[in-house]
Design a protein around this ligand. Structure first.
Ligand code: NAD
Ligand code: USQ
Length: 398
């Protein structure tokens, strides 16, 4: 049994991960500042599923599993002293780091949100690394990064796992092989913070021997996992509104209330996807297969499949009868791109991922249809434009 801190363990990916690690017998401590709940309150939005307070969640988990998950309220970006003291006293074997502002649209909302996202994400990650070095702790950091750091280059090659093989001319002009961090091409301020995180990890792995696994994850869909189904108070959050709702979850809710599916632009954007149950399994596999001290950052692509947004809309439409609507795109992004992603490491570790066609029906019946009465139609619209020229997209009538 290991001791594991789950930073951001009250969130969409962190909560089911914390439960699963506890189910496996690990001693789990959730560290969170509940900022995601605060942002919902600020936006006048709420999760489609009725999520309980963190205390009620943890009591329910103790009731159904007999296991105790502890909770520490810490802002890892603003309260370095508390974070450092926690790391030093708990001395965990692993830390899973989910604790960042994760919405690209929210990060593009305006000057306040851009600065908050950068300060929160970059300071939080840097504080964590400094705290580990100061505590002289050989602890494995498993960070949730994003596929979006690679950028969307189009067809012709498979995105490797973090490092690019290049040939550079030596002093005599002969080509020699090197591997470099894949050059980032972030598509939002949020994605930019993940690009900066990569450099922080590279630096501290090299300078201090910090052991880091960075999981470059695709868009997560789905809601429930094996553990969150065990009690109504354990239900996971489900975001569908214009800022935090990710594309498939939005389409499913739109279908449930008869709102035409909001495909941005031509829908030619191809993205990588993974079910939340596989997020949890991948984190388990990453913890069980750590890098050695002195190794470079281990980067794994955490994605099950890639899909074009218009094909995703078509799939949901076939399933539910929803009407597909092509709306002007509020984002500055390639209108059409191909994407092939290597997920060889997780496949090699035994991951047999859930695909959209396997679980879409369960998701529709279990969540979007079941909680349809909780949908706030006024929250569906996207409200963030990437720049002034894209703002016109938001002025379209509903
Ligand atoms: P989320 O917003 O639901 O959860 C993040 C949690 O971190 C929240 O509970 C929030 O309160 C907490 N948090 C944020 N800043 C904090 C701080 N300074 N101190 C302490 N706690 C803080 O997001 P999520 O969807 O669970 O995503 C988790 C991680 O996975 C993020 O880093 C995100 O970038 C990454 N990721 C998510 C997706 C996705 O589709 N959801 C895809 C790829 C990567
Ligand atoms: N899109 C639509 N209609 C919508 C919403 C989105 O067409 O109503 C399009 C977007 O324009 C984009 C694509 O769908 O082309 C994906 O958008 P998204 O909101 O589902 O995902 P994204 O903003 O990329 O962010 C999400 C998570 C983020 C994570 C990222 C993984 O919020 O935390 O890092 O997915 S990835 O996209 O692989 O970088």
């Amino acid at each position: 049994m290991s001791k594991i801190l789950v930073l951001g363990g009250d969130g969409f990916c962190g909560w089911p991960t914390a439960l699963h690690l506890s189910y496996l017998g690990h001693d789990v401590v959730i560290v969170d500042n509940l900022s995601r709940r605060r942002i919902d309150a600020e936006m006048g939005a709420q999760s489609l599923t009725p999520i309980s307070t963190i205390d009620v969640r943890l009591n329910a988990w103790r009731e159904v599993s007999g296991n105790v998950i502890r909770f520490q309220y810490v802002d890892i970006a603003k309260d370095y002293a508390r974070l450092a003291a926690l790391v030093d006293t708990e001395r965990p074997d692993a830390i899973v780091h989910f604790a960042e502002q994760r919405s690209a649209p929210y990060s593009m909302r305006g000057q306040v949100e851009k600065r908050y996202t950068m300060d929160n994400n970059v300071c939080g990650t840097h504080n964590l690394l400094v705290a580990l070095v100061e505590a002289d702790l050989d602890c494995h950091v498993v960070h949730l990064g994003t596929m979006g750091v690679y950028g969307y280059y189009g067809a012709g090659f498979e995105i490797p796992e973090g490092y690019l093989k290049v040939k550079v001319p030596d002093d005599n002009g002969a080509l020699i092989d090197r591997e470099i961090l894949f050059p980032t091409q972030p598509g939002s301020v949020y994605h930019l913070t993940k690009s900066v995180d990569q450099l922080l990890f590279q630096y501290y792995a090299h300078n201090d021997g910090v052991r880091v696994t960075d999981l470059h994850q695709g868009v997560v869909w789905g809601t429930q996992t094996q553990e969150t189904r065990l009690h109504p108070a354990l239900v996971n959050r489900f975001d569908y509104e214009g800022e935090y709702g990710t594309v498939l979850n939005r389409f499913l809710v739109q279908a449930a209330i008869g709102y035409p599916l909001t495909v941005h632009g031509t829908g030619g954007q191809t993205r990588a996807f993974i079910h939340v149950e596989d997020t949890v399994r991948c984190v388990e596999l990453a913890i069980a297969n750590p890098p050695q001290r002195g190794d470079r950052v281990k980067i794994l692509n955490q994605a099950a499949e890639t899909l074009r947004v218009r094909d995703l809309a078509e799939l949901v439409s076939r399933f539910t009868g929803a009407v597909v609507n092509f709306v002007p795109n509020p984002r500055e992004e390639a209108a059409e791109n191909d994407l092939r992603v290597s997920n060889a490491t997780f496949r090699g570790l035994g991951l047999d991922p859930i695909l959209l066609t396997d679980a879409l029906l369960t998701e529709t019946l279990e969540i979007s249809d079941r909680y349809v009465d909780r949908v706030d139609r006024s929250q569906i619209r996207a409200r963030s434009a990437w720049n002034k020229s894209r703002r016109a997209a938001l002025e379209e009538p509903d």
